[in-house]
Design a protein. Sequence first.
Length: 220
Amino acid sequence: MRLPEYCERSAEGLWAEPLNAITNAAFLIAAWMAWRAWRRQPGTSWKSQPDIGTLIVLVAVIGVGSLLWHTVAAPWAYLLDAGPIVVFIHTFLVSFLWRIAGLSWLGILGVVVLYQLVTLATMGILPAGALNESVGYLPVLLFLLGMAAWLHLWRHPLWQRLLLCSGLFALSLGFRIADLFLCNALPFGTHFLWHMVNGLLLYLLLQGLIQHGMKPRQRA
């Protein structure tokens, strides 16, 4: 398994990546703010919104996993970093399609399968390690834009939020890709900005889901 490399890690040790480690606080703050936003809604419960509660917990787990990866820098820590991100992406996609888009479970399954096919196609077309190990995130950007377009078509007020989140993710992805290319100019790299922007992005996604999707939308 090929592990990502970062400008900031130029030596061994737990604190070889101080900025990459500390900025994982952005995910913990995002989880805490989303939790508060969720608990303020009437009728909040794990029983009725297990997906929303799980997404909030996953954001916190992403922060902890990423902290471990950027300090311990061992293969098992990388799995704890990457694994929760994959689970969050799929959980959010299902929750969005159910609560906001109002699709049936068959429709949700179809979109999830489509997402997998797009991911496989993207990783098959671009060489391994391209874009600084960021190829797997391109389908996420594509589907964020697709969800924004979908909501705009249905005149759903959340479409502007999704469009903003698409722009933020494009920005953060740019920081992730640029990290190794800017080592000479910026010895500490730009990966820490990926953390900070994504912390904001995840909060905005969850806050929008909480505000508009507490009750799943049903379409005739």
